[in-house]
Design a protein around this ligand. Structure first.
Ligand code: GLU
Length: 424
């Protein structure tokens, strides 16, 4: 009985994304030989703002939304990271997401620390104008602590280039100068970058290719399952299909589709809505849980947190898991799968293509000089291949899984910058 309670307590802690991130950070810092105070500094964001945003709804009523902006550590440079609109946004989640952004920037070597924002809302149930008022209200509420040289937001779950455009416009009005470098993921005509929309999926594709080489899996004909059909999942399905892989399963928040012969990706892309919903159009769906356990070579969780846990890890058949979502696999599941020989390319590496091209967008905004799609792609390719190599090599040298080695690579720059500044 005692053991059982201990076990479930353990698993519950693993499901708290902040607690589990903290425990890996602690592990990484102690393996790197840093003293305890460095962990004390890194375990929470240095700044966390909670805001209440009144929004006039279309029916005339006023609804008050809660939002957050977390700034993890700005020792390396301004903080950077997306804004999530989702009913399950919480303070701990936004904190963990900001820490992950610090790690991503460290891994791909960008001059940023991590930041993240979120609003508790369900954009699927809001009108276009309500979303505009909410986006502008959020920027007014956080404007004091953000800016092109302080903290640069971007899209995340259920936010897109239109929302970035409203936010940029609101910020520019408040500051009374055109501030395209305030936010990334903007439409091209407002200073967005070529390749930003597909960047996360491009980065994931590069990681899949590199991981497949290590596992000696031929991508042509390899069976791929993708959980999530949002920005990352949908572009990824297309890239995998174009690379000659067979996408045998995809899903959205409502269910999943499976065809062992390969799904008609172009058709599905054509029919998905802007939130990535497509399975509602079909009768023969399976559940998201069943999807994860399908026979396949490569599994890509590209949806939300805590999808692969100690409960289902044993039943997963993929040889490679590449995490396009943030935090889809718990620590315990990582251990079970690594012991089975599954290669897990962790979120903080695999999904870093998005923030990398956001960085390119910011650089272009600052210079007022714009790059071609080919330039963006070539630069992204170089950065991702180098990052994959660094993390993979570190995992071999240190004899640790790629999640821990990614944390070690990612946290080092922050720790060094904080030390040189005399903070720790
Ligand atoms: N929201 C994305 C992420 O989680 C992108 C952040 C950015 O572009 O700054 O990596």
């Amino acid at each position: 009985m005692g053991d059982k309670t201990e076990e479930s307590k353990q698993e519950m802690e693993n499901l708290n994304v902040l607690a589990s991130t903290q425990s890996i950070i602690q592990d990484a810092l102690s393996k790197l030989g840093y003293p305890e105070q460095v962990y004390e500094l890194m375990k929470e964001p240095m700044r966390m703002l909670t805001v209440r945003i009144p929004v006039r709804m279309d029916d005339g009523s006023v609804k008050i939304f809660t939002g957050y902006r977390a700034q993890h550590n700005d020792s390396v440079g301004p903080t950077k990271g997306g804004i999530r609109f989702h009913p399950e946004v919480s303070e701990d989640e936004v904190k963990a997401l900001s820490i992950w952004m610090s790690l991503k920037s460290g891994i791909v070597d960008l001059p940023y620390g991590g930041g993240k924002g979120g609003i508790i809302c369900d954009p699927r149930e809001m009108s276009f104008r309500e979303l505009e008022r909410l986006s502008r209200g959020y920027v007014r509420a956080i404007s004091q602590i953000v800016g092109p040289t302080k903290d640069i937001p971007a899209p995340d779950v259920f936010t897109n280039s239109q929302i970035m455009a409203w936010m940029m416009d609101e910020y520019s009005r408040i500051r009374e100068f055109d501030s395209s470098g305030f936010i990334t993921g903007k439409p091209l005509v407002l200073g967005g970058s070529h390749g930003r929309e597909s960047a996360t999926a491009k980065g994931v594709t590069i990681c899949i290719r590199e991981a497949a080489k290590k596992k000696e899996i031929d991508l042509t004909g390899a069976k791929v399952v993708i959980q999530g059909f949002g920005n990352a999942g949908s572009f990824l399905a297309k890239f995998m299909h174009d690379a000659g892989a067979t996408v045998v399963g995809i899903s959205d928040a409502y269910g999943a589709l499976h065809d062992p012969e390969g799904l008609d990706i172009d058709y599905l892309l054509d029919r998905r809505d802007s939130f990535g919903t497509v399975t509602k159009l079909f009768k023969n769906t399976i559940t998201n849980e069943e999807l994860l356990e399908l026979e396949c070579d490569i599994l890509v969780p590209a949806a939300i947190e805590n999808q692969i846990t100690s409960e289902n890890a044993d039943r997963i058949k993929a040889e490679i898991i590449v995490e396009a979502a943030n935090g889809p696999t718990t620590i315990e599941a990582t251990r079970i799968l690594s012991d089975k020989g599954v290669l897990i390319v962790p979120d903080v590496l695999a999904s870093a293509g998005g923030v990398t091209v956001s960085y390119f967008e910011w650089v272009q905004n600052n210079q007022g000089y714009y790059w071609t799609e080919e330039e963006v792609e070539a630069k992204l390719e170089n950065i991702m291949v180098k990052a994959f190599d660094n993390v993979y090599k570190a995992s071999k040298i240190r004899q640790v899984n790629m999640r821990l080695s990614a944390y070690m690579v990612g946290v080092r720059k922050l720790a060094e910058a904080s030390r040189f500044r005399g903070w720790v």
